[in-house]
Design a binder for this molecule. Sequence first.
Ligand SMILES: [Zn+2]
Length: 254
Amino acid sequence: MRNELLRKQQIVEIGQWIYTRGFISSTDGNISYREGDEVLVTAKGLCKGRLTTEDIVKTDLQGNQLAGSREPSGEISMHLEVYNNRPDINGVVHAHPVYATAFAVAGLSIKKPILSEVVLSLGCIPLAEYATPTTPELAVALRDYIPHYNAILLANHGALAYGQTLLEAYYRMETLEHTAHIATIARILGKETVISNENLDKLFAVREKYGIKTPDLRALGCPSTTGSDGSNEIYTVSKSELIQLIQSVLEKTK
Ligand SMILES: [Zn+2]
């Protein structure tokens, strides 16, 4: 790997950014960089805000350790799943930012086109089904989403963002959290005005011009200017509301 020390220093720096920006707490999160068949990844169980270059380990694309005295992150399978399915990606950041994770806890994706720059960079952000952290389940849950999106919410867990460079992966995580924050406040204010389909077409033309990958997003209905945020959206009804709903359906079918 070329400039390996510089790459490790960049991972250390991004660890400090995600910690100081509150995208993680304690020993949460993990960061990786790929070059060819080699991956540099943060070690297991350390605070990402206080890493040194000694805390970065090297593996191959199957997760076999090639160098480093510590164990690789327990969530490395998620990173390898991205690299093995997206040859254009060289950096992955996983974190638990508060607003993005709140969406993931509420069972909500972010599919409405409310911010033009987010349409350009991320398109929209789907919600992957719940999977147990540190197990291969996590990679499987993400498999269907990775080819089509550049950031994913992980149900009851956090978020994953990736890019052509590690810096781009970090920026995408920051964009995701910023979007979730704005969407939350817009909902508190009571209204989310979406960008029209006509203007979305123009944004996607700009997207192509800048060579932003995942060109099949529109065919997947992303972003969605109508309807809900996605099939995973969770609604809460009280017992009496549920009884009333069932009774009204029974009335109609009499
Ligand atoms: Zn996590």
